[in-house]
Design a protein around this ligand. Sequence first.
Ligand code: FAD
Length: 294
Amino acid sequence: MKPPRFLYSAPQTLDEALALLEVYGSDTKILAGGQSLLPLLNMRLAGPSYLLDINAVRSLEYIEARDEYLALGAMTRQRQIERSLLVQQRYPLLVEAVQHIGHMQIRNRGTIGGSIAHADPAAELPALLLCLNGEVVVRSKAGERIIKAEAFFTGYLSTVLEPHELLTEVRLPWLAPQSGWAFLEFARRSGDYALAGAAAVLTPSGDDRCASAQISYLGIAGAPVRASAVEDILIDTRLNTLDAAATTSAQLVSDDLADVHATPAYRRALTAELTKRVLHMAWQRRNQKEQVGV
Ligand SMILES: Cc1cc2nc3c(=O)[nH]c(=O)nc-3n(C[C@H](O)[C@H](O)[C@H](O)COP(=O)(O)OP(=O)(O)OC[C@H]3O[C@@H](n4cnc5c(N)ncnc54)[C@H](O)[C@@H]3O)c2cc1C
């Protein structure tokens, strides 16, 4: 199928893009990597009258280490993230998650900003942003907003982005050096969207108990899920509460998720198992030396 007719612009600068968004805003779709938008257009599930292609806005393509966080321009391709030495060395959890996105050809085009703005509940990057207490920077002609992940996702493919706003930057706070981390998911075939997945960051205290836990899930509800109920079970333990954490995680699976791929009961069992494994893996990777000073 072919998409419906639309007007098209490909601005070269962010200012130009924001000016065009201001004019055409409410009936516009922003074209980033096109890996989600083009199928939607071709299947006529979306029919904007205006397409704003931001692929020529090169100032939105960067990966930078800043004092408090890793900054990624919205147009940074998923494959650039995966191949970045900086990310490999200083944010390996991000590489571990990104490698699960589709296939290499999709990651060559797909962008971090597009994935987060698209807010697919089964996507890796929105769930990871939540787990990491990340933030996004959004810009419009009126100015800039910095939005925390927990306030960004509002439901199925929905965010607080306004029609005149463009997501420009993703910020991921650095992990504490002693933290352990892991990302795991299960898909029926390599490259498929996951049936369920989990991201975890665990930080040990000086006496090697779990001082802080950050856990999120993809594919288990209508939006990515931050699991504070699971996190609470782990705090101040030596991770001897994995069974209770797994049981609690299964309760987060939405009953509305019955589809051709899996029943809610299957997803609950999968989520419980993923929880045990992702927490175990994150705990194994913690750095006890940082804590006890040996
Ligand atoms: C076969 C296949 C398998 C896939 N498997 C996976 C998978 O396993 N996991 C996964 O996460 N994804 C998967 N994807 C989707 C892929 O990751 C996309 O790259 C991602 O969902 C969207 O990024 P994009 O840059 O292509 O955005 P686009 O498709 O260009 O845009 C997506 C949406 O976000 C909006 N948007 C884009 N950029 C911005 C911005 N800067 N500001 C505001 N709004 C913006 C667009 O208007 C559109 O509504 C798959 C895609 C395909 C075709």
